[in-house]
Write a protein that binds this ligand. Structure first.
Ligand code: HEC
Length: 149
């Protein structure tokens, strides 16, 4: 029974992969929901914050004043043109409130997926532009702080 042996083998591999993935966040492309490989930018050394985020899905920079200051600066140069300095949106959608085009954006993993992997039209992948994962986490922490002001 060669065929059933194969089915069995594939099942075992899938089960094993499932166990391995259960320990870490599985990122997906916002538009297609296809698996999204999240890796360091050229010359980026993964910070502890990035490692923790990939393990837990929680953004360690939330509420961290130094990170928020960096995030504000990065947001101003990379995002504000389309999303406005206060995040209310112009060319790009509003980044504050709870009325998301992509419901996944309600979580930091989901917002990271959009920033890292891109969405449609003008919202292009910031990974492809060479932005470091760590910078994305700082920007996201800053965006979340806007929602509360
Ligand atoms: C050139 C314009 C442009 C820039 C720059 C830009 N965006 Fe966007 N953004 C858009 C557009 C347009 C959309 C809507 C895309 C869609 O609906 O697929 C969008 C959508 C988004 C969404 C999804 C919102 C929702 O409601 O689901 C997030 C999150 C986002 N942008 C974050 C950012 C961040 C953070 C930056 C900076 C790192 C950034 N964007 C830079 C144009 C831009």
């Amino acid at each position: 029974m060669k065929a059933s042996f194969w089915v069995c083998g594939v099942g075992a591999v899938a089960a094993w992969a499932g166990v391995a993935l259960a320990e870490a966040v599985e990122f997906r492309q916002a538009l297609t929901n296809a698996p999204l490989e999240v890796k360091p930018a050229a010359n980026e050394v993964e910070t502890d914050a990035v490692k923790r985020f990939k393990q837990t899905g929680e953004n360690p920079y939330r509420g961290n004043q130094a990170a928020l200051a960096d995030g504000k600066r990065l947001y101003a140069t990379n995002c504000a043109l389309c999303h406005l300095p206060d995040g209310t949106g112009r060319i790009g959608s509003s980044l504050i409130g709870t009325d998301w085009s992509y419901p996944r954006v309600a979580t930091d993993v989901g917002m990271f997926e959009v920033v890292y992997g891109g969405a449609s039209g003008a919202m292009q992948s910031f990974a492809k532009r060479g932005m470091a994962q760590d910078q994305m986490l700082k920007i996201i922490a800053y965006v979340r702080s806007l929602a509360k002001t």
